[in-house]
Design a protein around this ligand. Structure first.
Ligand code: FAD
Length: 400
């Protein structure tokens, strides 16, 4: 396998010599000069305009839509389709997660499961109608798969029905946990065709009579991401069916890429934890000395840096395989499950370094820890991703 080209600009050299830069493995040096510059622009923007500014909306469970529009201006709504390298996409997702995990969840699902699904499985009319606004993030989408009674067993259990009657699809059912369900313009709805019992994907404008969404409140993580219960009792034209979304295999294809993206979220979240814990340790004094001078604190920071390096290395290699078209579900599930588990461990260490302040969302670590708990579960729970990997590794299914 040819080695990746390396790029060493002045900025890369600065990052290399800095003792607090979280990209220990300097993955960004493999980007082209243009992508390296674009990544730096995104990193700078989100650190200056999103990181601190997202704390209060997180506390309030509010969606700062204007922040999404700014992310659209930075081109983050079209990462999936603008020809960016996989490595750039991954590092951009990590950069956003480092500033705020909720917004990175919205942007990740938007790219992987909304734009990606419509672009890959939709008709040319559907692409022309929805993609321009989605790419600019002036149009928002919701991915409606999970149901109140079917989460992990959604493939076999999905109960929302779609019946073709007189040139229209009649769709009935309930969805749960749907990100942006209350504010989206278009919903990607997965329903079971009552004729052939296959799971099919439909594009439903959310102003269709019979689409109703209720925000889920009291979440302890991803509080900016508006999740919803969605009730569907509606009728859409026959053309709402995405032509290539005619079985659960089509959904799985998208979920593979999105599980890999969650691995990048775990990288970015751990970068943030390291940033915050390190900065706290060098400034807070106890016993007349900075916390950073105590061996136990250094072990905590070094453990976090090691976890981050392992996570980054995993994603760097996974991205390389992705670029070669060799991202298997085993690899994606293992990355998602393993990196979110490691990120939870890093969150516990960071919370400890901050003492009592570690449980205040205003000091960010508690906010990030709650967010990591949520990404540990979505895109397939930790357990289910491990079972997917276990089935692949042994040839034996342990699901039931
Ligand atoms: C913040 C957030 C955002 C989300 N966003 C979306 C979204 O935008 N769109 C969408 O469609 N969905 C979304 N989801 C849903 C998410 O994908 C599901 O929560 C996830 O698949 C788990 O389903 P569940 O919550 O019903 O848990 P359950 O399936 O009830 O699982 C509960 C526990 O049982 C375990 N378990 C289940 N079956 C087995 C088994 N056979 N063997 C061993 N253990 C098992 C699981 O691992 C888990 O630990 C989101 C969820 C969250 C929390």
């Amino acid at each position: 396998m040819p080695p990746r080209a390396t790029h060493t600009s002045a900025k890369a050299k600065t990052a290399q010599s800095s003792n607090n830069h979280p990209d220990l493995l300097e993955l960004a040096r493999h980007l082209s000069a243009a992508e390296f510059g674009r990544l730096h622009e995104i990193e700078t923007y989100v650190q200056e305009n999103i990181r601190q500014q997202s704390v209060e909306p997180w506390n309030q469970e509010a969606l700062p839509v204007e922040m999404l529009h700014r992310l659209g201006d930075l081109g983050l709504g079209e990462l999936f389709t603008d020809g960016s390298s996989q490595l750039f996409q991954g590092l951009a997702h990590a950069a956003l997660a480092r500033a705020d995990v909720s917004l990175s969840s919205i942007i990740g699902i938007h790219n992987e499961l909304i734009v990606g699904t419509i672009n890959t499985l939709g008709s040319s009319e559907q692409r022309e109608r929805w993609l321009p606004g989605l790419k600019r993030l002036t149009t928002l989408g919701a991915f409606c798969l999970t149901e109140p009674d079917h989460g992990s067993d959604i493939a076999g259990g999905l109960a929302t029905s779609a019946t073709l009657e007189g040139g229209h699809w009649r769709i009935r059912g309930s969805k749960r946990w749907i990100g942006l369900g209350t504010v989206a313009d278009v919903a990607v709805v997965w329903a079971r065709d009552t004729a052939d019992h296959q799971i099919k994907g439909f594009l439903v404008p959310t102003d269709t009579p019979g689409y109703q969404a209720q925000k889920i409140t009291h979440k302890t993580g991803l509080r900016i991401m508006q999740n919803a219960e969605v009730e569907l009792d509606l009728s859409v034209p026959e053309s709402a069916l995405m032509p290539k979304a005619t079985s659960f295999a089509a959904t799985s294809e998208g979920l593979r890429g999105s599980r890999a993206w969650v691995g990048w979220q775990a990288v970015g979240a751990q970068q943030a934890l390291f940033d915050i814990a390190r900065s706290y340790a060098v400034t807070r004094e106890q016993f007349g000395k900075p916390l950073a001078s105590f061996q136990l604190i250094q072990v905590a920071l070094a453990t976090m840096a090691g976890n981050l390096a392992v996570s980054t290395a995993f994603m760097g290699e996974l991205t390389r395989l992705q670029e070669e078209g060799r991202l298997t579900m085993l690899r994606a599930s293992l990355a998602k499950a393993t990196l979110t588990r490691i990120a939870r461990e890093s969150a516990a260490s960071a919370r400890d370094v901050l003492g009592g302040n570690g449980i205040l969302s205003t000091h960010e670590v508690a906010k990030i820890a709650g967010d990591i708990d949520a990404i540990f579960t979505y895109e397939g729970s930790h357990g289910i991703n491990m079972l997917i990997a276990g089935r692949d590794l042994t040839g034996v299914s342990a699901f039931a």
